[in-house]
Design a protein around this ligand. Structure first.
Ligand SMILES: Cc1cc2nc3c(=O)[nH]c(=O)nc-3n(C[C@H](O)[C@H](O)[C@H](O)COP(=O)(O)OP(=O)(O)OC[C@H]3O[C@@H](n4cnc5c(N)ncnc54)[C@H](O)[C@@H]3O)c2cc1C
Length: 448
């Protein structure tokens, strides 16, 4: 039987094991953490994630779409919370389109369950990859229970071991391997809103809630159990920053000034702020994602991005669907397929990294800007009237348009809307011939 090794049983690794099993591979999956189904999921990070079209497509191919649909909460729009308490709702796309809040742990466990149903998939938990041999087909693991070092035959290795990938670290030692990691000046802290006395959500559950405050912001995604997971994004250093919120009184002052509606939703916000860890955010770019057509990085190991477009997992899942489609195109010849996948897909990894950084500015800053809200309204109206015009958010979240195309379109649409918003009186009426003319010029440039 054909053999493959998957390093890391996170979201992407456990999904990719399912794809390999379906292709008839004997798959050995090595995971550093203990068996999650026995000890409960310890994600240590955001407990829910926004899943969009690319993620659903992969879920469909893995045969778990229906199961996920039962526990996924649709978020058809953003609810913006002003300091004054005013709420503004903005749909993400057309009627019927939504991004979905799914449980990170629930999804990971479901994927592990599905992969385990294949007799040709074997899991090795508490096995940490320490090295991948680049000259011989072997990978080395430490059995974390016994301390034993095991050398495993590994003709085909998929590194799905996340942003600080050990597989990638092995590749980093090769000649001409490019690697860059860039930390954001902002960190994040997760906070939790419990349900009300009747077990219901304390805010509208069918929205992603955002408190945009310029250089910092709070977001909240609903969970199926009536809770919300909130994430506060704040600079580490500076006048309004984690470094200056030291005492309980500082926490209270900070929330009273910037997030005055939060204490009523989260009475224990001070304790949570004190006790929950502050984590950092990093973008990782590297290339090539492969070595000699037999070692390949997928998911965060290849392209870790900041979370502001809600695309990290979606992009990793799309890696799997694209690679699986290439399996047919290349008749299962990994030695040709792996280098070609790495070559084709890497520009998309770079593009979604850029789009995610741009969306940070949009979320924390622009969503509160009247010009930006006007742009969103005009874009939605144009999309309704001319379906061939797809706003970039929709391209990324509701279509499978390659990320590199979406990035190019982002530049072109920024230019288009700079011109549209400069038309005198546009706030009152945007259904006018000048707007149509600008749109037609944009569409014909795009086709050219
Ligand atoms: C705050 C935050 C919010 C996010 N929100 C979203 C969102 O809304 N939507 C979205 O699509 N994405 C989101 N993401 C991104 C998403 O979490 C990642 O893109 C996704 O988890 C990547 O999956 P992965 O399997 O590649 O890596 P990981 O999930 O990191 O999994 C890697 C696995 O490898 C294991 N491992 C690591 N090292 C080793 C080793 N040496 N040996 C063996 N095993 C190892 C780890 O234990 C882990 O199980 C968010 C990320 C953050 C930080």
């Amino acid at each position: 039987m054909k053999q493959a090794i998957v390093v890391g049983a996170g979201l992407v690794g456990s999904l990719w094991a399912v794809f390999l099993a379906r292709r008839g591979y004997a798959v050995k999956v090595f995971e550093r953490r203990p068996e999650m189904r026995a000890v409960g999921y310890r994600g240590g990070r955001s407990i829910n994630l926004a899943m969009s079209e690319r993620g659903w497509k992969a879920a469909e191919m893995a045969g778990i779409r229906e199961k996920m649909a039962h526990v996924a909460l649709p978020m058809p729009g953003r609810m913006m919370h002003a300091v004054s308490g005013n709420l503004t709702y903005q749909p993400y796309g057309k009627t019927g389109e939504a991004i979905y809040s799914v449980s990170r742990g629930g999804l990971n466990l479901e994927l592990l369950n599905i992969a385990s149903q294949f007799p040709n998939v074997e899991f090795f938990f508490e096995h940490r990859c320490v090295d991948v041999d680049l000259n011989e087909s072997f990978a080395t693991f430490e059995d974390m229970k016994t301390g034993e070092i095991k050398r495993i035959e590994a003709p085909l290795v998929f590194g799905t071991d996340g942003a600080f990938s050990a597989v990638r670290y092995s590749l980093q030692r090769t000649d001409r391997f490019d690697y860059a990691q860039k930390y954001l000046d902002h960190g994040y802290k997760e906070l939790n809103i419990t349900p009300d006395e009747a077990g219901r959500h304390r805010m509208q559950p069918d929205a992603l809630h955002i408190w945009p405050r310029g250089n910092h912001m709070l977001i909240a995604l609903p969970n199926a159990d009536g809770t919300f997971t909130c994430t506060l994004f704040l600079p580490f250093e500076g006048p309004v920053a984690f470094e200056n919120i030291k005492t309980d009184a500082d926490v209270m002052d900070f929330f009273r000034e910037y997030y005055p509606d939060v204490p009523a939703l989260m009475p224990d916000f001070v304790e949570q702020f004190r006790e929950n860890p502050t984590s950092s955010l990093c973008t990782v770019r590297c290339r090539p994602w492969q070595w000699q057509g037999r070692i390949l990085l997928l998911g965060d190991a290849a392209h870790a991005i900041v979370p502001f477009f809600g695309q990290g997992m979606n992009a990793g899942f799309e890696d799997c669907t694209i690679l699986d489609a290439m399996y047919d195109e290349f008749g299962g010849d990994w030695s040709r397929m792996i280098p070609e996948f790495a070559r084709r897909r890497q520009p998309d990894g770079d593009a979604i990294a850029d789009l995610a950084l741009r969306n940070f500015i949009e979320m924390r800053d622009l969503v509160a800007d009247p010009k930006f809200l006007l742009r969103k309204k005009i874009a939605a109206a144009l999309h309704e009237k001319h379906p061939e015009f797809l706003p970039v958010y929709s391209m990324v979240s509701f279509s499978n348009t390659p990320y590199r195309v979406a990035l190019r379109e982002d530049d072109a649409q920024n230019q288009l809307f700079a011109e549209i918003l400069a038309i005198p009186g546009i706030e009152q009426n945007w259904d006018r011939p000048e707007v149509d003319a600008l749109l037609q010029a944009y569409l014909s440039n795009r086709q050219a």
